[in-house]
Design a protein around this ligand. Structure first.
Ligand code: HEM
Ligand code: HEM
Length: 129
């Protein structure tokens, strides 16, 4: 029988795939191609749509992550605290990025911070194995 916690981890990882994969797709595919062949409006529409998808992904991450944190007794785990703090910082940076899209340095910071959060997520699930 497929275990419910397996399904929650699967959902968590699907949301991570959208969240991080979408940023990689933006940074390495859409924006370089869009700058060359597209126009500002289509780039904005793509970024806007990605923002909506990311909002849904973050809701799924928070819901599945909270359930897993109870199940795996992680609320007093130091690494988990760091992950939660970094997610709060990320949320603030995302709001800043959306309000000031011309500040390109924020894109790089959001992307790098996302990589760090995924690192801590993997560490939480498996340790350094
Ligand atoms: C989860 C991370 C991200 C989210 C949720 C997000 C979301 C958004 C949103 C909602 C906008 C405003 C669109 C509008 O004006 O309606 C925007 C603008 C933009 N984003 Fe992001 N973004 C993320 C990460 C990134 C990354 C990593 C890059 C590049 C490497 C990037 C590049 C841009 C650019 C270039 C714009 C400005 C488009 C324009 O007005 O010409 N974003 N983003
Ligand atoms: C930006 C948002 C997030 C990202 C990128 C992210 C990423 C990850 C990744 C990659 C894993 C490893 C999954 C595995 O190998 O099974 C993970 C595990 C975990 N995440 Fe997240 N996560 C995010 C948000 C959250 C939130 C908001 C919570 C809780 C409130 C949370 C709680 C957890 C827990 C408890 C685990 C460990 C699950 C286990 O032991 O199997 N995550 N996360």
């Amino acid at each position: 029988m497929i275990h419910v916690w397996f399904i929650l981890r699967w959902l968590h990882l699907l949301a991570v795939a959208f969240f991080l994969g979408g940023q990689m797709m933006l940074a390495f595919v859409v924006i370089p191609a869009g700058r060359r062949y597209g126009n500002r409006e289509s780039l904005r529409a793509i970024a806007h749509r990605f923002g909506q998808g990311t909002f849904l992904a973050l809701l799924i991450l928070a819901a599945t992550g909270t359930a897993m944190a109870f199940h795996f007794h992680l609320w007093s785990d130091g690494a988990f605290h760091i992950k939660l703090a970094l997610i709060a910082v990320l949320a603030g940076l995302l709001i800043w990025h959306i309000r000031s899209p011309e500040m390109h340095v924020l894109e790089a910071i959001v992307f790098l911070l996302s990589l760090v959060i995924v690192w801590i997520g993997l560490y939480l699930a498996n340790g350094y194995y």
